[in-house]
Write a new protein. Structure first.
Length: 363
């Protein structure tokens, strides 16, 4: 089934949607709108923030489900059989995602939050800031992966294989990895909340998406593709509304604490640029194709910010430094990732030139 699906795909990439073409505009508009609403109507969004069960905010949780379930339904775990075709790219992405990114973020948090900027930050929020940064980096991006890949004309088979593999790893690795990094940073490990976050925002949506996928495919590939196309605007709308809510919850803090926002942005900015550059360079050094290196670099550097924000809110509350750090991650990551998209697209000639030189030398 998987092979037939991929073979049926057209060789030329489909035209980008309005959302993809003007992604920067939509994201910036949501950030500005959310910040202004949160600053102007704090009581309204405080009431929305109190709509929670077991420390899980219901509106945010519902939006995350609407956003990621259609995207997860596109993930074919049968594509894991194609991992061997892209072994180098998969290996590089896994290395950056699970070994470099979380630990480098913990290190950067320790350097900048615990030391360099500590005199200028609220002392009682230092642990919370670092925990937010760790949560941000501990899970690889899922919801935006397909957008990043499309913007770089990335290999669809590789992207599907990588997302399927990351999702499988995330189910078992996210909570222990966060616990280890929080423990190393001398922060109390909230196992119960971590496990609840994994179940609610990874396991349950993944199960629902795969059951839905199987049901749709049983009615034919055309039905599946039609439903996926119709669900796209709902998923994108939920993403944009989630951004509005997240920035509305932090609207007053963003307006009142621009210096803190700037300081929290430093380790996040370094992390995204370093990890994307590392993944891109490693793929080139290993002779992987540009269509694999681009999504590999972007997936390797990006974060599952929806999960990070939800977990930070559950752990520390909406007004916490941890929640603020994860929202700053959204503020920084999306524009910077779009910059990385432009860089990898513009450097294709350089990338392919070095790859061809190595192949000629090897022959």
């Amino acid at each position: 089934m998987t092979a037939r699906i991929f073979q049926a795909a057209p060789s030329a990439p489909a035209p980008m949607s309005v959302f993809e073409r003007y992604l920067t505009v939509w994201v910036f508009a949501c950030i500005v709108l959310g910040t202004l609403l949160g600053h102007s109507l704090p009581s309204v969004f405080q009431s929305i923030g109190r709509m929670e069960v077991a420390r899980v905010n219901l509106p945010v949780g519902a939006l995350i489900w609407v956003m990621i379930i259609p995207m997860l339904a596109k993930v074919d775990f049968g594509s894991l059989g194609q991992v061997r075709r892209h072994a180098r790219g998969i290996g590089v992405t896994l290395f950056v995602n699970w070994l470099v990114k979380p630990f480098s973020m913990a290190f950067l948090g320790w350097v900048f939050i615990r030391h360099v900027f500590a005199p200028y930050l609220p002392a009682d929020q230092l642990d919370s800031y670092i925990a937010g940064l760790i949560l941000l980096a501990a899970a690889p991006c899922t919801a935006m992966v397909f957008v990043w890949s499309r913007l770089t004309n990335g290999d669809a088979n590789f992207t599907l294989s990588q997302v399927a593999l990351n999702d499988g790893i995330m189910v078992v690795a996210f909570a222990p990895l966060v616990a280890i990094l929080l423990g190393v940073s001398a922060i109390t490990v909230p196992w119960d909340t971590l496990i609840v976050s994994v179940v609610l925002y990874i396991v349950v949506p993944l199960v629902i998406a795969q059951v839905w996928r199987k049901a749709l495919l049983s009615r034919g590939q055309a039905v599946f593709e039609s439903v996926m196309a119709r669900s796209g605007p709902w998923s994108i709308g939920a993403l944009l509304l989630t951004l509005v809510l997240l920035f509305a919850f932090q609207g007053q803090q963003i307006v009142r604490q621009p210096l803190i926002i700037a300081m929290l942005a430093v380790p996040i900015l370094i992390q995204v640029l370093f990890n994307s550059g590392l993944a891109y360079g490693l793929n080139r050094a290993l002779g992987e194709s540009h269509s694999v290196a681009c999504p590999s670099a972007l997936i390797g550097a990006s974060n599952f910010f929806e999960l990070a924000v939800a977990a930070a809110v559950a752990l520390f509350g909406f007004e916490s430094g941890g929640a603020l750090a994860t929202v700053v991650g959204v503020l920084i990551e999306v524009p910077v990732m779009l910059l990385v998209v432009r860089v990898v697209n513009a450097s294709k000639g350089w990338y392919e030139g070095g790859r061809q030189t190595r192949q000629s030398a090897a022959s």
